[in-house]
Write a protein that binds this ligand. Structure first.
Ligand SMILES: [Zn+2]
Length: 460
C-alpha cells in the first residue's frame, strides 16, 4: 500500500480521532478551562507517543507546550511543524447550531470550535507522519512537532520557550498550517504578511472643560486639534502624507501584479459584502494589492467632549486618538514610529499639548518564493489538492512568524488548508472534510519533498 492509499483507506478514522481532539474545550483565555487545556496537551502527548514520537510536555508561565520529535535520519533535513491546540472562547453560544465542543458533520463540513483554527489543521501533520511510519517504516526527514497552548492569548511565553530550547529546535524548515487557502478549490502559499504599528495620542488644552460661549474662539480645542492633525495625515486620494512613509516600500513585482490579477477575486462582490457605496484606498492599485502590498494609516478611535443625549456646548480639555499602521516590506516599525512622532510635533495645532506613545510593533514579512522549501511546498500541495497552489500574501500580521524568524532564524512556510469562510473565532467554526483530507495528503507529500532538498541548501 502506498502512502496515499493508506491516507484514503484511513480517512474515516482520522476524522473520528480529530473529533476526539475537538471535544476537549481547550479555551486558553478562560481560567475555568485551564484543566481542559492541560488535558488537551496530555491527549496530544499520548497520541504522538502512540505514533512513535518522543514527547515532552513543557510547563510555561502560562499553558504548556507539547514538544514531540523523531530524529532517525541524520542524513536528512529537520522539519519543525508548529501548531496551536488552544482555541478561542465560544460566545455567543446561542448562535451555534451544534455545541462548540460536540463536533458534528453537516453537509461537507465538520463543525466545532478549533475545527480550522487550529486543531483540524495541526492534526493533518500528525496523520501525515503516521502514514509515513505505517507505509515506509520511517519518516523521510527528522521531524519536530511543537504545539503551543496559548496562541489565542498572544503567545507570551513562546519567544522565551524558543530561546531556551533553541538548540533542540534547530531545524532546516518551519511549517505552519494556521492560515487559509485563497478560496475553495484554490489552495495557496502565503509568502508575505503586513506588519503593524499602533499609536496612542493624548491631546490637552485648558486646565478643564470650558463653556463654548464664554471661551469659544479664544481657548484652544484639543478635539478639533486632533481632527486637524489626523486629517492631514492622509490626502483625498488615500495617500499617506507623512514624509518618508513610502520610502522603504518595496514595489510590487510584475509577476505579482500579473498573478494576483488572475486570482478569482470580484471587487464588486467584495464591496457588496461590506455593504459600502465605494471602497477606499490608494488610486492605481487593485483591491488585493492594497490589502497585501500597500501600507495603511487608519484612525481606530477618537474620543473627547460630549456625544451623549442633547447638547453640551463644551470646549473639551482633552482628546484621545488611537491610530494604527499596517506596514509592508521593507518598512521598519522603528523608523515609522519616528516619522509619525516628528509629524505630530511639526503639525500639532497651536495651543494644545500632545503626548504620543507607540506600541504593538510587528515587522512585515516577505519570504523568497523560489527557495527550495517553497518549491517543495508547491509540489506537495499540487499532489495533495490536485491543483497548483497560488502565491498569496495576507493583510494581517502573524506575530509568531516574526518570533520564529527572530529567535530561530527560520522563515516559515505558511501552508493553510482552511478557508477564509471557515468562521475562525466565530460561532459555527468549521472545516471542510475535503480540505482536511487534501491537507493531510499535502502534509505527507511535503515531508517527502523536503527530504529531497539538501539540508545545507535549506536556508540560503
Ligand atoms: Zn490559529
Amino acid at each position: 500500500m502506498d502512502i496515499y492509499e493508506y491516507l484514503t483507506a484511513h480517512e474515516d478514522r482520522f476524522v473520528q480521532e480529530l473529533k476526539e481532539l475537538l471535544r476537549l474545550p481547550s479555551v486558553s483565555a478562560q481560567s475555568e478551562h485551564a484543566a481542559d487545556v492541560a488535558h488537551c496537551a496530555e491527549w496530544l502527548k499520548a497520541h504522538l507517543t502512540g505514533l512513535g514520537f518522543a514527547v515532552d510536555i513543557h510547563p510555561t508561565a502560562g499553558h504548556p507546550v507539547v514538544l514531540a520529535s523523531r530524529r532517525n535520519r541524520p542524513d536528512k533535513p529537520t522539519v519543525l511543524v508548529y501548531g496551536h491546540y488552544d482555541v478561542q472562547p465560544v460566545d455567543p453560544l446561542e448562535l451555534w447550531e451544534s455545541g462548540p465542543f460536540e463536533p458534528t458533520i453537516r453537509g461537507e463540513h465538520l463543525y466545532a470550535r478549533g475545527a480550522t483554527d487550529d486543531k483540524g489543521q495541526l492534526f493533518t501533520h500528525l496523520k501525515a507522519a503516521e502514514a509515513w511510519l505505517a507505509t515506509a517504516g520511517e519518516l523521510p526527514v527528522n521531524l519536530i512537532i511543537l504545539l503551543e497552548g496559548e496562541e489565542e492569548v498572544g503567545s507570551d511565553n513562546l519567544g522565551p520557550f524558543l530561546s531556551e530550547h533553541a538548540e533542540e529546535l534547530k531545524a532546516d524548515y518551519c511549517v505552519i498550517s494556521d492560515t487559509s487557502q485563497f478560496a475553495p478549490g484554490v489552495p495557496g502559499i502565503t509568502y508575505g504578511l503586513r506588519g503593524i504599528l499602533c499609536f496612542e495620542l493624548h491631546l490637552r488644552g485648558a486646565r478643564s472643560d470650558l463653556h463654548s460661549g464664554g471661551y469659544g474662539g479664544v481657548a484652544p480645542n484639543p478635539l478639533h486639534a486632533a481632527v486637524e492633525l489626523l486629517a492631514g495625515m492622509r490626502d483625498a486620494r488615500g495617500v499617506v502624507t507623512i514624509p518618508g512613509f513610502y520610502d522603504d516600500v518595496r514595489p510590487l513585482e510584475a509577476w505579482e501584479r500579473r498573478q494576483w490579477a488572475a486570482l478569482p477575486f470580484d471587487p464588486l462582490a467584495y464591496r457588496e459584502e461590506l455593504d459600502v457605496p465605494a471602497l477606499a484606498g490608494e488610486e492605481g492599485y487593485t483591491v488585493l494589492e492594497r490589502l497585501w502590498a500597500r501600507p495603511t494609516l487608519e484612525i481606530n478611535g477618537l474620543a473627547g467632549g460630549y456625544a451623549g443625549e442633547g447638547f453640551k456646548t463644551v470646549l473639551p480639555a482633552e482628546a484621545v486618538a488611537k491610530v494604527s499602521m499596517r506596514l509592508v516590506p521593507d518598512q521598519d516599525p522603528r523608523l515609522l514610529a519616528e516619522m509619525f512622532i516628528n509629524y505630530v510635533e511639526r503639525h500639532l495645532p497651536r495651543g494644545v499639548r500632545c503626548r504620543v506613545s507607540s506600541k504593538h510593533a510587528g515587522k512585515p514579512i516577505l519570504v523568497p518564493v523560489d527557495s527550495p522549501g517553497m518549491q517543495a511546498a508547491r509540489r506537495a500541495i499540487a499532489r495533495g489538492f490536485g491543483t497548483e497552489p497560488v502565491l498569496m500574501r495576507e493583510g494581517g500580521s502573524i506575530p509568531i512568524v516574526n518570533t520564529f524568524r527572530e529567535v530561530l532564524g527560520l522563515d516559515c512556510l505558511l501552508l493553510g488548508w482552511g478557508q477564509q469562510s471557515d468562521r475562525a473565532h466565530a460561532p459555527n467554526e468549521r472545516l471542510a472534510l475535503k480540505d482536511f483530507h487534501a491537507g493531510t495528503r499535502s502534509a505527507a507529500a511535503l515531508l517527502g519533498a523536503l527530504a529531497e532538498v539538501a539540508p545545507q541548501a535549506a536556508n540560503d
